[in-house]
Each structure stands twice: as C-alpha cells, then as structure tokens.
Design a protein around this ligand. Structure first.
Ligand SMILES: Nc1ncnc2c1ncn2[C@@H]1O[C@H](COP(=O)(O)OP(=O)(O)OP(=O)(O)O)[C@@H](O)[C@H]1O
Ligand SMILES: [Mg+2]
Length: 217
C-alpha cells in the first residue's frame, strides 16, 4: 500500500497532529470505548493536560478506520481532497480562519467557512473556550454549533470548561445545545505534560508516573 494511504497519513489529512497520530481507544474504559466507537457527539471536559485531545484523536482515528472499512470513506479521495469529511479542528484556529476571511483579498468568506465546517460529517472541535470571549467569538461559535446541532451532525468537543461554565462564560444557548447532543466524558487528575516532563528527566520513575491508564472518571 502506498505510504500516502497509511493510517497516520490519512489522519494527518483530517487535521490530526503528529503528537496524537497514534492515539487509540484501547486504554480507555469500556464506556468510553463504546461511545468513542459509535462516532456520536461527545463533550470531553476537564483540567489541562488530562488527555482530552488524545481521547478525541483516538475517537477520530476509530471513526476513520470504521468508515474506510464500511466503504463510507474513499481512501484516494481522502488523500486528495481539500475538504475531508472527518476533521480535527482546534477552536482557536477556527477563529483565526474567520479573522483571515475578513481581509480584503481573502478567497474565503465567513459564510463559506461556516458552510465548510457545517458540512463535515464528523467534526472534532478541540480546546473550546480557550479563546478570548467576545460578542463576535460567541456569535461565530454559536452559528457553527447550532447548525451542526440542527443537522444532527456528529460533533466531538473538548474543553477545560464544564457545560455550566460555558453557559456562564459564553452563552447558555451554546451550552444547552452541547448538553443535548453530546455524551459527556469527564477527565480528572494530574497534568500529564508536567508528569511527563519531570519523568523524562528521571527515567527510572517513568513507568510508574506516566502509566497507561487514562485520567477518566
Ligand atoms: N491515554 C493516554 N496515553 C498516553 N499518553 C497520553 C494519554 N492521554 C494524554 N496523553 C499525553 O499527555 C499529554 C497531554 O494530553 P492532552 O494534550 O490530550 O491533554 P488535554 O486534556 O487535551 O490538555 P489541554 O486541556 O491543555 O488541551 C500529551 O502529551 C498526550 O500525548
Ligand atoms: Mg487539548
């Protein structure tokens, strides 16, 4: 099989970064494996570094593999398309894309970007809520989430905020839609990055502190 058709390459085409390319669902609890495998909407929330992005990338990888197997995704078109039907998208990058569209010679319009991400079959919206809150950012995020909610499109979201905090900090209409459409998965525990950083300097303790168990509760 050509290198371009390897799973890591296909996931990269969907926007998954190198760090998370090998994430898989096997180490997650039975409940999370189940909802990850169904490819339905979910909302992963918890403190920084607890593994939310890793989990959503594992879900996305599973979805791509399932769709390829079922013939719902064409491997060749996935390699060539500029609009993959499964997409990993950090929310702050989405906002940058919107801002770029307001520049005079931009080939994209705000409406075009909304249409593009509304049409994606499975969208992973990572790091929801880290952006500076403004009327504008609330409005564009609301427009995207509301469209996907109305069209019942699978949407996986990660956030450091609980739904109640999204309601308070952003918009209760966004939080309400997330609550209805998503299974919630709560992450807890230590920041894996700081554990990893300290154990990398102390290799003898690595296995104990940087264990395989996901921080799920
Ligand atoms: N289950 C896991 N197995 C192995 N490594 C993991 C696992 N979960 C997370 N990691 C690693 O821990 C680090 C932090 O994980 P991740 O980026 O997913 O956290 P996060 O909850 O998304 O953090 P943030 O809220 O800051 O976005 C990364 O290096 C990631 O690769
Ligand atoms: Mg993250």
């Amino acid at each position: 099989m050509p290198e371009a058709f390897s799973l890591p390459n296909l996931l990269a085409r969907c926007g998954v970064s190198k760090r998370f390319i090998n994430a898989d669902l096997s180490e997650f609890s039975a409940y999370c494996q189940k909802i990850g495998k169904t490819g339905e909407s979910l909302f992963a929330h918890g403190p920084r570094g607890t593994g939310k992005t890793h989990f959503l990338c594992a879900c996305l990888s599973m979805a791509v593999q399932k769709k390829l197997k079922a013939g719902e995704l064409n491997i060749e078109s996935l390699v060539t398309t500029q609009k993959p039907p499964v997409k990993f998208l950090p929310a702050p990058e989405l906002l940058v894309e919107f801002k770029q569209s307001y520049e005079p010679n931009s080939p994209m319009s705000e409406a075009g970007i909304l249409k593009k991400y509304s049409a994606v079959e499975l969208l992973v919206l990572d790091d929801f809520g880290v952006e500076r809150v403004s009327h504008w950012s609330i409005q564009v995020l609301y427009l995207l989430i509301d469209r996907r909610y109305r069209d019942m499109k699978a949407t996986m979201i990660s956030s450091n905020l609980r739904p109640s905090e999204i309601a308070a900090k952003f918009d209760d209409r966004i939080a309400s839609r997330i609550c209805e459409m998503c299974h919630q998965v709560k992450f807890q525990g230590q920041d894996r990055r700081t554990v990893k950083g300290s154990t990398d300097k102390q290799p003898a303790r690595r296995d104990k502190q940087n264990g395989k168990q996901a921080n799920l509760h």
